[in-house]
Design a protein around this ligand. Structure first.
Ligand code: 2P0
Length: 357
């Protein structure tokens, strides 16, 4: 049974002094990616990053992102590096917009030096934006002295990338879609993630990287197109509510087969919504289908194993940790030439080093 870890358990983030004569304030945070078992696909508010449906995920114990934010009172612009290289284009724009939001809330004008190191293998198809914006939210909130608890950090991380709201927490976490009506402030306050109890489960996610190439359509654009044009989106969103309730119950009783069945049907349903978009968005490749076939064969051989896929061709297979090596072997043979990684439930985003500074 994984420990349900909160980001900054029940406490406020370390208050960090604002920049002043003693030098610039700074903070470093670590966060891990998460894989959704009930998916987030589609926004009802793009600016506030409010989803149409609630979602539920498992935070991983591999592929951490470490992000340091240091305020630079004398600088005229933010300086952002990702894996040692200056951030450019859309990545830089999203990070600076996020820092603007933090500055606005903190009432501080200072620009920042942001250094982020991501250990996800290039093109692994794992939402690095989840670990990236969760780590940035925790580090930037501390560096700018925001007085935030884990719920507020989850809301804040959501503004950077929806799935990041869930990486604030360890183990299993559900992100509430929030109230669809009311003011923007009410809507914002109502949409955040929180830990989900799971009893007696010792799960693993076996990750098969079948294609390391960049995707043709970003998940942001693909979501928009699906919501706008797919006749299957509304039925999937409606069935997703049942999937979430079933998933919560299955986790509560530690029923891996039920967790896996719901996760697999929810993910394949999400991909069906995209295939029905106009024009279609297709992330599955022939190699993905070969891995999906190997998962069916594992089940026929009596090994509980269930597949999920995100906005890319790579496949993640949920199983008991005791079966992870066998599942990895079967998946490796199917994903000829691809890499295979075994993950367990990991910790939520947190401050590290220098007393959290
Ligand atoms: C998820 N995905 O629930 C779903 C399933 C991909 C497929 O969340 O636009 O990077 O930044 O809010 O969080 C990927 O989308 O999108 C994602 P934005 P994000 O994990």
């Amino acid at each position: 049974m994984p420990e349900q870890t909160t980001a900054v358990p029940g406490r406020r983030t370390t208050a960090v002094r604002p920049p002043g004569p003693d030098g610039p304030a700074g903070a470093t945070a670590v966060a891990h990616p998460n894989i959704a078992l009930v998916k987030y696909w589609g926004k009802r508010d793009e600016q506030l990053v409010l989803p149409w449906t609630s979602s539920l995920s498992m935070t991983l114990d591999i592929f951490p992102t470490t992000t340091r934010v240091r305020l630079d009172a004398g600088a005229g612009h933010d300086a952002v590096t990702l894996n040692g290289a200056p951030a450019t284009g859309e990545a830089a724009r999203r990070i600076i917009a996020f820092l603007d939001l933090v500055r606005d809330r903190a009432g501080l004008p200072h620009r920042a030096v942001v250094e982020s190191v991501n250990t996800v293998p290039t093109g692994a198809g794992l939402a690095s934006s989840a670990s990236g914006f969760a780590a940035l939210a925790v580090a930037a909130a501390a560096a700018y002295g925001l007085d935030t608890d884990a719920t507020a950090l989850s809301r804040l991380a959501r503004r950077g990338s929806g799935s990041a709201s869930r990486s604030i927490f360890g183990g299993f976490a559900a992100w509430h879609a929030g109230r669809p009506t009311g003011s923007a402030t009410e809507a914002d306050l109502s949409s955040y993630a929180e830990p989900v109890p799971a009893a007696g489960l010792d799960p693993a996610l076996v990750i098969a990287v079948v294609d390391a190439g960049p995707k043709d359509v970003s998940s942001r654009a693909a979501m928009r197109r699906t919501v706008d044009t797919s006749p299957l989106f509304e039925p999937w969103a409606a069935s997703s509510e049942d999937d979430l309730a079933g998933m919560r119950a299955a986790l509560r009783r530690g029923d891996l087969d039920a967790v896996g069945e719901i996760a697999e049907r929810n993910a394949l349903g999400m991909h069906a919504t995209m295939l029905a978009a106009r024009p279609a968005v297709r992330y599955m490749s022939p190699a993905s289908l070969t891995v999906l076939d190997s998962v069916l064969q594992l089940r026929r051989d009596g090994v509980p194993a269930y597949a999920t896929m995100d906005a890319g061709p790579n496949v993640k297979v949920l199983c008991h940790r005791a079966d992870a090596d066998r599942v990895a072997g079967a998946v490796r043979a199917a994903a000829a030439g691809g890499s295979v990684h075994i993950a367990g439930p990991g910790q939520g985003a947190r401050l590290v080093g220098e007393g959290g500074r």
